[in-house]
Design a protein around this ligand. Structure first.
Ligand SMILES: [Ca+2]
Length: 144
């Protein structure tokens, strides 16, 4: 079954999508995630859920992905590096807060436990730097 969500998900911005999700919930008495889980499957379901989760809270989404990259045996180093580096000047401060709230653990401590050597030092330094509010503030776009 095809649900009529593909078009808005690909043509609307995040603010518009949040309003659409809220309206959907009010009209249908269940949230969009419930509908996607019920009506879709496999990679299509996974793709839609990723879009919705990212729209609802990018920082929560990336906090979960970071946790996933280190949880259990071993480390998904590519995922860990990609998220820490690509989000450092974007929203690593919020991701760090979400990580603490969701998992009751420190992102930096988890990185410390899953990495070693210069790799560990570099990732921890990026997290320390970009979760320091004064430094994050200095990267904010200036108004002219
Ligand atoms: Ca691990």
């Amino acid at each position: 079954m095809e649900i009529p969500i593909t078009t808005p998900l690909t043509l609307r911005n995040y603010a518009q999508l949040r309003l659409i999700f809220d309206s959907y919930q009010r009209l249908c008495n269940h949230d969009i995630i419930t509908a996607i889980k019920k009506e879709t499957s496999f990679n299509f379901k996974r793709c839609l859920l990723t879009i919705v989760e990212t729209v609802q809270s990018p920082s929560r989404y990336f906090a979960k992905r970071l946790h996933n990259s280190m949880d259990g045996l071993g480390t998904n180093d590519l995922q860990l590096i990609r998220i820490i580096v690509s989000r450092s000047e974007v929203d690593l401060l919020e991701i760090n807060d979400q990580y603490q709230a969701l998992f009751k653990r420190s992102l930096e401590d988890d990185i410390k436990g899953d990495t070693s050597g210069d790799y560990r030092k570099l990732l921890r330094k990026i997290v320390q730097t970009f979760t320091t509010p004064a430094i994050v503030q200095s990267f904010a776009p200036t108004k002219k």
